[in-house]
Design a protein around this ligand. Structure first.
Ligand code: URA
Length: 233
């Protein structure tokens, strides 16, 4: 049995701020197992039957957020100096236990999932899951057929670490899409480094079959829909 404050429960389930949850409670419309609850600090069981007027409130245990990460923001849960992806979330999406699903470098932009579901997080970042991550890279030189072939057969990094086969597709003179199914530290920059290419800009476009939504401006985040979430794994 997991116990939670009613204002938190409402904020999570209805996607509203804690302040709005408090107002809703004060309005007298919220009942828990048939009894009206008005106090924000009332503790309830997660499995209680909660209603808002006539409507049942469905509790969501976990939250799954999609962000179009801007450059200059750290993919970490906290940092003493730098602003993190959690700092730039809108208030109504913030809650305890959130972490980015895998790390993007500070200067990398694009698709980032943030969740408080540890099992989901570990499945998505585990190399065993073979979940594809696709990036667009702007390079300081051109990709040629030999580079495409060596990426396809599996690059060995300068550190001696072996990478799984990666799909490299040239895009224009200095651009390329690269798809990998693991996530070693600075992997893409290090992969291109082995063939003498520097990465000027890196942008993640896809995780699994989930493509960065077109309508999500840089720096913005929203909850994933269930259909979108199902595309990740
Ligand atoms: N590979 C990198 O080098 N950087 C990222 O941010 C992601 C993958």
């Amino acid at each position: 049995m997991a116990i939670i404050r009613i204002d938190k429960y409402l904020s999570i389930s209805l996607g509203i701020s804690r302040g709005d949850a408090k107002l809703l409670l004060k309005s007298g419309k919220i009942s828990v197992d048939g009894k009206t609850v008005t106090k924000a600090d009332t503790k309830i069981d997660e499995l209680s039957g909660v209603t808002n007027g006539e409507e049942a409130v469905v509790y969501k245990k976990h939250i799954y957020i999609v962000m179009n990460k801007p450059s200059g923001i750290l993919s970490a849960s906290s940092d003493k100096r730098a602003r993190t992806v959690l700092d730039i979330l809108p208030e109504q999406l913030k809650r305890n236990g959130l972490s980015p699903v895998g790390r993007l470098d500070k200067d990398t932009t694009g698709l980032l999932i943030i969740t408080d579901d540890g099992d989901f997080l570990h499945r998505v970042i585990s190399p065993k899951s073979n979940i594809e991550k696709c990036y667009y890279a702007e390079l300081d030189g051109e990709v040629n057929d030999d580079i495409i072939k060596s990426f396809a057969s599996g690059i060995t990094l300068a550190s001696g670490d072996e990478c799984k086969p990666a799909l490299l597709e040239k895009k224009g003179k200095f651009g390329a899409y690269i798809t990998i199914s693991e996530g070693k530290y600075h992997q893409i920059k290090r992969m291109f480094g082995t063939v003498g290419l520097g990465v000027n800009r890196l942008h993640r476009t896809r995780i699994g079959r989930l493509v960065l939504p077109d309508d999500l401006q840089t720096g913005c985040s929203r909850e994933l829909t269930e259909a979108e979430l199902a595309l990740v794994e």
